[in-house]
Design a protein around this ligand. Structure first.
Ligand SMILES: CC(=O)N[C@H]1[C@@H](OP(=O)(O)OP(=O)(O)OC[C@H]2O[C@@H](n3ccc(=O)[nH]c3=O)[C@H](O)[C@@H]2O)O[C@H](CO)[C@@H](O)[C@@H]1O
Ligand SMILES: C=C(OP(=O)(O)O)C(=O)O
Length: 417
């Protein structure tokens, strides 16, 4: 079992470039099955979830070449409709294959998706929309058997702007008969990236980034080259690392517009941030201010995927902060682990009250999910003594060599077996 060992106390300084976004690349890789075409995708982060998606594509019969950064997928030879359960259960994004495979073959068998344990993650919005587009979905023993002769465009009003459901409907709509309209669509930047990839391949999708997305079905896809947008959550995590260590870091290859809500909350905490084009300089303050209220919301609100990292920052703020997690039911598992390190956090359902303490102390901790694990690493960077973070496979789902990035910036962190 691999773990991180961190000796706290180093101030992080230096410069780095942000890699491609996990939440953009996964739906785009799922989309590659649709066209029977060749997709050359660049700026791909080398993550566990990407490896799993690659395995799924291979199992479906696609040919895949991947060098850790560029993936070439040829979906012409696709000849399977069963997505293996052991792969689907590894990650949430596998559900996006439902819309993509129905577009391609009109049939798919997959199980309920896995992913981080951050509360129940129903797929009712996905299923209702895909059924509204004409598919029959049989649910039995945890499996979904979806079938349709040809998907039909539909007007879909989402009860909640779900990222995954929005993506699934787009993928189901691109080759459907007629036009699909999604209202109350999720507006995340990763959905714009998906639209851009699809349109390069010949699809007709418009409106991504707004709450109304229109998809006109087309018959043919062509070969496509696409570069993945940079990861706003990895950027936010590094910004928080600079902030908490009183560091001074220049971050390149970052879309500033995508991190405005993170910049606003870090500035409220006293962090100094200068932006310039696609770069920013982040300087941690001597004293971190508490934040009266940090509420997670769908984009462009503050991202739930940055909540855990911000909680770590607030554990050493001067004063009391409140975090309200509105997106997921149970996303405070890191609070207990931070408490082992001396943090003073009380949780009441989806609200956490964090009373800043003078210092954290090193402890043995366990990553319970991806971002919660990153939050423990951040805590380890400033804790007195040594912190061990176990179950780092969660962290590796979404961060490419986090320990190496932090080492380069001056952190004393090692990955050991
Ligand atoms: C691979 C990927 O892109 N993952 C991101 C995506 O996850 P994901 O697409 O799973 O997140 P959703 O936006 O769908 O989920 C948001 C909320 O809606 C609920 N819901 C969702 C679908 C549904 O059918 N029914 C339902 O009730 C969920 O339980 C959750 O409470 O967006 C989340 C919210 O920004 C991020 O934290 C994840 O990192
Ligand atoms: C929750 C996350 O991912 P997923 O939806 O892939 O589980 C995340 O990226 O923080």
């Amino acid at each position: 079992m691999e773990k991180y060992i961190i000796n706290g106390g180093s101030r992080l300084t230096g410069e780095l470039s942000i890699s491609g976004a996990k939440n953009a690349v996964l739906p785009i890789l799922a989309a590659t099955v649709i066209g029977g075409n060749k997709s050359t995708i660049t700026n791909i982060p080398n993550l566990r979830d990407v490896q799993i998606m690659k395995e799924i594509l291979l199992t479906l019969g696609c040919t895949v070449e991947y060098d850790g950064s560029t993936m070439i997928v040829d979906s012409k030879p696709l000849n399977q409709i069963v997505v293996p359960e052991e792969l689907v259960r590894e990650m949430r994004s596998s559900i996006i294959l439902m819309g993509a495979m129905l577009s391609r073959t009109g049939e798919v068998i997959l199980s309920y998706p896995g992913g981080c344990e951050i509360g129940p993650r129903p797929i009712d919005l996905h299923l209702k929309a895909i059924r509204d587009m004409g598919a029959e979905i049989e649910e039995s023993h945890g499996h979904l058997h979806c079938k349709v002769t040809r998907l039909k465009g539909a007007e879909i009003q989402l009860d909640y702007p779900s990222v995954g459901a929005t993506e699934n409907i787009i993928l189901a709509g691109v080759k459907a008969e007629g036009t699909t309209i999604i209202r109350n669509a999720a507006r995340e930047p990763e959905i714009i990236d998906l639209q851009n990839y699809l349109n390069k391949a010949g699809a007709k999708v418009s409106g991504a980034g707004t709450s109304v997305i229109v998809i006109e079905g087309v018959d043919e896809f062509r070969d496509v080259n696409h570069s993945i947008i940079s990861d706003r959550i990895v950027a936010g995590t590094i910004m928080t690392a600079a902030a908490i260590t009183g560091g001074d870091i220049i971050i390149n290859n970052i879309v500033i517009d995508h991190v405005l809500s993170i910049i606003a909350k870090l500035r409220e905490a006293g962090v100094i941030i200068y932006t310039n084009g696609n770069s920013m300089k982040v300087m941690g303050p001597r004293k971190i201010n508490s934040i009266e209220m940090l509420q997670t919301l769908p984009y462009p609100g503050f991202p739930t995927d940055m909540q855990a990292q911000m909680m770590t920052l607030l554990t050493v703020a001067s004063g009391t902060s409140i975090i309200s997690e509105t997106v997921f039911e149970n996303r405070f598992k890191h609070a207990e682990e931070l408490a082992r390190m001396g943090a003073n956090i009380k949780t009441f359902g989806k609200v956490a009250v964090i009373k800043g303490v003078k210092e954290l102390t090193g402890a043995k901790t366990t990553a319970k999910d991806l971002r919660g694990g990153a939050a423990l690493v951040l805590a380890g960077l400033i804790a007195r003594g040594t912190t061990e973070v176990y179950d780092i496979y969660h962290i590796e789902r979404g961060y490419e060599n986090l320990h190496l990035i932090l080492q380069k910036l001056g952190a004393d962190i090692t990955k050991v077996n």
